[in-house]
Design a binder for this molecule. Sequence first.
Ligand code: C5P
Length: 393
Amino acid sequence: MTLSGKKIIIGITGGIAAYKTCDLIRKLIKLNADVRAVITPAAKKFVTETTLRTLTRNSVYCEQFDVPEWKPEHISLADSADLFLIVPASANTIGKMANGICDNLLTSLIAAFNKPVILAPAMNCNMWENSFVQENIVKLEKAGFYIIPPESGELACGYEGTGRLADIGKILEKALEILSKEKFLQGKKIIITAGGTKEPIDPVRYIGNRSSGKMGIALADAAYSFGADVTLVSTIKVDKPYKIINLSTAMEMLETVKNEFSQVDALIMAAAVADFRVNSTSDHKIKKGEKENITLELVKNPDILKEISKIKRDNQVLVGFCAESQDLIENAKKKIGSKNLDFIIANDISDKEIGFNSDYNAVTIIDKFMNEIKIDKTLKKELAKIILKEIFK
Ligand code: C5P
């Protein structure tokens, strides 16, 4: 791997973990990256400009108004860099960034930067758990910043807890992933559904299922990071930098997907859609009264994939999921035909370690020619990338 031709800005804030950033810089330089260090005034207390200048083989930037060229420094630096890493990111700088404050070169530079930013926070564990800090982190994550959370252990301040800078190897790995990422879904519009539908019984109760939505959300995240224009249609509420339509029932999902489908290149139905809904829902909460039992009449929901397959153009891709505890592959293959799918992702739900609510899954990807690709237990986040690469390769 070489980073030759890649320009990286390393922002360093005032925290003891700043000494570890020197190691990260060395590793990036070894990969031939052009590295510029931008430090806050407080960072000077922890790492010297001489050290950073020697390691980066470039000038070190700190003062906002010390501008030798006609173009303000933060604008020209921001224009030319491919990636911005802030290591360590202090609670103070995180707070400023989340609120658009630009009171030094680093925070001004971030405000002017429109390419990927990785933040590796490091601080005292109580600071990290502080609700304002957490709110700011959520805000930045929602805005598309990549956050590498701090790790737990013994902290420089003498405490035990979460706040230690993430492993430098992990930060480097994320930087390499972002810099080498193929934006192979650039220009593609994709709808992804996620979560279990909730079919109302009365204003209080519903019939639901155990889907956590993690797989669908991981697919949406991965598609977005590969450059797709993503619409996530979800029963689970999440904050993400792409378009999200929240809803509850199968009927709402059908209507939404139908409305959006003509403008997209692909639909991935990862949602666990209820096969049945209550025929007539009660306007008022059903009282138990003296009743010993009640009967709910259920009617079949339309099959969203089947409905969409009727309006599908040849150049559109339809992907279904299939969760089975028996005869998985056989059942999945039947669904390719009955739902007119291009791909089906088959989940074996008999294994308790994977699937529902787990961060892991193991699947078989089957295409319409009945080719099978088996993927062993993998983090859903990673699996999502593999699935997208297979579908769009
Ligand atoms: O037939 P089965 O429910 O097992 O198929 C699962 C696949 O079909 C999933 O992709 C799911 O999102 C989709 N589905 C659907 N409409 C339904 C039920 C499931 O599109 N009513």
